[in-house]
Design a protein around this ligand. Structure first.
Ligand code: ZN
Length: 384
């Protein structure tokens, strides 16, 4: 899914375009505009520039994308009742109706939906208690939610049911009321369409069973594609890089980071699974190889040979790329809660941990604030 740009000085790397010369850039921008892309100069309209976080010179030197091309006006709604192509504006708002046939396009909650929630007045802990309840109806405008009387006994970790659920409801008895509709007892609780933490009585964690009566389609040359279809004929957006500001890059202890980032991967070994599971594919190395060939002084033919033997797991792959780039390469390896949770989960299931996993876990416990906070929460958990 790339576009023929008619110049050898434009290199595609995973959906981004690297331009070798200003002339190639001009040519490519003209071509993209002709196809129908809207093109933004990020040195002028970029998010970081508008917030004063960087300068155009820094963006150029630090290999930021400098242009952003995107296809406009390709998203449409499709009403399931009348099959019309409609505007996406508001299409997923509760009670929104189709501008052609008037049918509702979306309901956030309807009879039979379930809502997992907690009472907002009680201090939040990640272990509940929470209730999972079946919705009877939602008067969104009035701000009232009507629930079936009996809490559900399923829905995940932290959910209370049976006696515990009744205790929890009793503890908050002044925050809901029992009403009768069509001979059925229902719990009525304040829940307006717009959440406001000042006035909220309940806080919803999860809602299932929305009513969808629409889809979103992409349209190109009057052909419709589903929203995430791989058949859409063009990239929906493209980031462009002006490589002449910084290329070719010389070998250095951190050059591997630039190569890994060009393939849109993280160069921190701590980010990945530590048990040897594959994180990359051969294709990842082929994309990195394009960057090596066109934008570094490294031996690209050697890369094409050697990289076929590079490991596919994150930490191994990073080490192999780093060793190829420089004899004194420095690999980042930050501890994080992901390492801790993966190891913790395996240990709970009685699985054996690799030594790299044990190492990553203990470093997370020692050095990572998120992991330390999580362990603190575990310690606070009330005894069942
Ligand atoms: Zn319709």
């Amino acid at each position: 899914m790339t576009i023929d740009l008619g110049t050898a000085d434009a290199v595609w790397i995973i959906g981004s375009l690297y331009l070798k010369t200003p002339e190639a850039l001009e040519l490519v921008l003209a071509k993209l505009r002709q196809i129908g892309y809207e093109v933004k100069d990020l040195r002028v309209e970029g998010y970081a520039i508008e917030r004063g976080e960087t300068t155009p010179e820094q963006m150029e030197q630090n290999d930021w994308s400098l242009w952003y091309a995107s296809l406009k006006d390709i998203r449409f709604g499709k009403c399931k009742s009348c099959e019309s192509r409609i505007s996406t504006h508001g299409i997923q708002a509760h009670g929104h109706t189709c501008e052609v046939c008037g049918e509702v396009t979306y309901l956030h909650m309807t009879e039979g939906s379930t809502i997992r929630f907690r009472f907002a007045s009680e201090e939040y802990t990640m272990f509940g208690p929470e209730l999972n309840m079946k919705v009877k109806r939602w008067d969104a405008e009035g701000g009232w939610l009507y629930l079936e009387r009996e809490p559900l006994d399923y829905g995940g970790f932290g959910i209370v049911h049976g006696e515990k659920a009744q205790e929890y409801l009793e503890r908050h008895a002044d925050e809901w009321e029992l009403v009768e509709e069509n001979g059925e007892q229902l719990i009525r609780v304040y829940y307006p369409e717009r959440f406001d933490s000042e006035t909220a009585v309940i806080s919803a964690m999860d809602i299932h069973g929305h009513h969808w009566n629409h889809s979103v389609v992409l349209v190109w040359e009057d052909v419709e594609y589903s929203e995430y279809s791989r058949d859409f004929p063009l990239p929906k957006s493209i980031s462009l890089y002006e490589a002449w500001h910084w290329a070719p890059l010389e070998p250095s202890p951190t050059l591997h980071e630039r190569i890994i980032h060009a393939a849109r991967q993280t160069s921190d070994a701590g980010y990945y699974y530590q048990d040897g599971s594959p994180a990359w594919s051969r294709r990842t190395y082929e994309e990195m190889g394009k960057f090596v060939r066109h934008f570094t002084t490294l031996d690209a033919d050697a890369w094409d040979q050697v990289s076929r033997g590079f490991r596919l797991d994150g930490p191994g792959g990073i080490a192999d790329v780093a060793a190829f780039c420089h004899p004194d390469a420095v690999v980042t390896n930050e501890p994080n809660i992901g390492n801790f949770l993966v190891g913790f989960g395996k240990a709970l299931e009685g699985k054996r941990l690799t030594s790299a996993e044990v190492d990553a876990m203990s470093r997370a416990i020692q050095d990572d604030p998120d992991t330390q906070e999580f362990i603190g929460e575990l310690a606070k958990r009330p005894k069942a």
